[in-house]
Design a protein. Structure first.
Length: 258
């Protein structure tokens, strides 16, 4: 049960009556209490010293760590710079290597193209050489055959000339005929004179081919009738009577010019 506040019970009611100046103070009557302020001060001083030491060590540690951090950061930056430089060098070398590879690839392609071109040209020349060799062999064979044929024909002509020289001299005198070269070994030119009564100096001639067994007339002046000329050539190739052929040819020239 709560009690009511009574002012008469306050500390003022417990005060002793005012005393005179000479009366002893109440504080003097209180017992002396030792609070240990000195010890507390010492302990506070020790704590402060320890705290300051801890703070100082912490500060030094922070400074050392900060300095070490800056050193490590500088080293990392230097390493980063060196790595960046190494990367740039590697990139430069890579680009140079790529350019070298590209150049070598282009040179290799050019070399392959040149080799292919040379190979094609070599094959073409080999094929051409083989064809030329074959043509040379065929030509040599043909030349050999012609040489043999000409030798045989020469022998025949030589044998025939031995028999026909007196007769040929007769026909030259009788037919007013002279025999000349036609600029080729297998052709003779027969020239007649005294063909025209109006001009005894006028001449008629024809070129006779002797390369084969059958005779062939290539050129004649003045121009003779083609059918009559062909008929005379066929006749001499059939009967081999050359004297009669020369006589008939003179008659054709005389008829043409008169």
């Amino acid at each position: 049960m709560a009690s009511t506040f009574d002012p008469s019970l306050s500390t003022s009611g417990m005060r002793p009556p005012l005393a005179s100046a000479d009366a002893p103070s109440m504080a003097d009557s209180l017992p002396s209490i030792n609070f240990g302020f000195e010890d507390l001060r010492n302990r506070m001083a020790q704590f402060t010293a320890k705290f300051d030491a801890v703070i100082e060590r912490g500060r030094k540690q922070v400074l050392e760590e900060r300095n070490q951090f800056h050193i490590n950061l500088a080293e990392l930056q230097e390493d980063e710079r060196m790595r960046q430089r190494d990367i740039e060098i590697i990139n430069l070398k890579t680009q140079t290597h790529i350019q070298t590879l590209s150049k070598e690839s282009a040179e290799a392609a050019e070399m392959h193209a040149a080799i292919s071109s040379i190979t094609v040209e070599r094959d073409t020349r080999l094929s051409k050489r083989d064809r030329l060799r074959q043509q040379i062999a065929e030509t040599q064979k043909s030349i050999a055959q012609r040489v043999e044929s000409q030798k045989a024909h020469a022998k025949h002509l030589d044998a025939q000339s031995r028999l026909n020289n007196p007769e040929l001299d007769f026909w030259q005198d009788y037919l007013c005929l002279r025999i000349e070269g036609a600029g080729r070994e297998d052709r003779l030119k027969f020239v007649y004179s005294h063909l025209s009564e109006k001009d005894w100096e006028a001449e008629g001639w024809f070129e006779l081919g002797t390369a084969s067994r059958d005779y062939e007339v290539f050129h004649c002046r003045p121009k003779l009738d083609a059918e009559a000329l062909e008929r005379e050539v066929d006749l001499v190739n059939e009967d081999r009577d050359f004297g009669a052929f020369l006589k008939r040819m003179r008659k054709l020239f005389a008829e043409t010019m008169n």
